[in-house]
Design a protein around this ligand. Sequence first.
Ligand SMILES: Cc1cc2nc3c(=O)[nH]c(=O)nc-3n(C[C@H](O)[C@H](O)[C@H](O)COP(=O)(O)O)c2cc1C
Length: 164
Amino acid sequence: MSIDPLKYRAVLGHFPTGVTIITGLAGDEPVGFTIGSFASVSLDPPLVGFLPMISSDRWQRIRTSGAFCVNVLGTDHSDLCWRFSKGSIDHPFEGVPWTKAPGTGSPIIDGAIAWMDCSITDVVDAGDHHFVMGLIVEMEHATPEIDPRPLLFYRGKLGQFIPH
Ligand SMILES: Cc1cc2nc3c(=O)[nH]c(=O)nc-3n(C[C@H](O)[C@H](O)[C@H](O)COP(=O)(O)O)c2cc1C
């Protein structure tokens, strides 16, 4: 059975995701791109994963460092989401404050509601994507006092989480 790519996108678009920016260092230069296909994988050992396009230039640059940091975006971070998803913006980090993660040095973006500093353990072929798995070496989340809210992506639009 052949699948219409537009239908594939439309159907999969009905599954909402959180929004992350996966970051890394290419030499001294911070690199990052918006990723919705983030997933928790294993507690023991602590593994997480994401799926970048094989053809992604930014993924190839992050890959060479052997590490990445997952930055979970908050509800006020729509601008960051679009900024780091556009191939046309050469230096998305310009004007974006960040610090080096304590384990691997990968960038932690100021204001991320949670971050996971990871070393790459596996890269598996998955069609036109790679499945990248990383071992968490350091991690943190925002304090409950600031009432962190996630940014969500659904049917091509960004929105917010409203608890029942
Ligand atoms: C909300 C959102 C989620 C995304 N999730 C993914 C993803 O999981 N995998 C992926 O390869 N691209 C994803 N993208 C697209 C990439 O951010 C974009 O194509 C990439 O930054 C381009 O990288 P390149 O310049 O290295 O080719 C997403 C974009 C948005 C706006």
